[in-house]
Design a protein around this ligand. Sequence first.
Ligand code: HEC
Length: 149
Amino acid sequence: MALPVMLAFGLGLWPGPVPAGDPTRAVAERQAEMDRMAEAMRVLGRFLKGEAVTAAEIAAGAGAIHRIAAGLAAGLFPEGTAIGVGNSAARPEIWQEWDLFGQYATDLRAAAVRLAAVAATGDVRALREPVVAVVRACGACHELFRKKP
Ligand code: HEC
């Protein structure tokens, strides 16, 4: 799985922002995707707390995060869906600094690819560092681009 994923990542392009067809719905849909990522994160959190988690469970979580992170570029943040639309917590800077926002999405994908690759080796002890890198990639983007709850 790692090689095709790497290739897809290498070819990944960051397109320009598109306008939202139905802004309120776009906000709800991307929040649902973010919640799915948080679900996948839970297994990583359990791992960091020292609970028994298998490398296969971590690999599955990394795969889900990678899939959703790729979706960030595929229209999850259309223009016109900033704070003020529905319950959006998306700061307007996202669209002013679109390339930087895209860089954070790309960083998360890269961290998820790396985590999946390490998990595939089955070496649980080697997983801490790539797990922490994924957690940081979520936080780095939220810090700049998500309104504090
Ligand atoms: C490229 C930037 C970026 C990355 C990377 C990112 N997020 Fe987010 N996230 C956001 C933004 C912006 C919002 C606010 C979206 C909104 O309210 O419409 C958000 C919202 C959320 C929410 C709240 C969803 C809701 O129901 O309101 C959760 C949970 C979340 N992110 C989890 C994660 C996790 C877990 C990761 C990493 C695996 C992650 N995010 C990575 C930008 C990012």
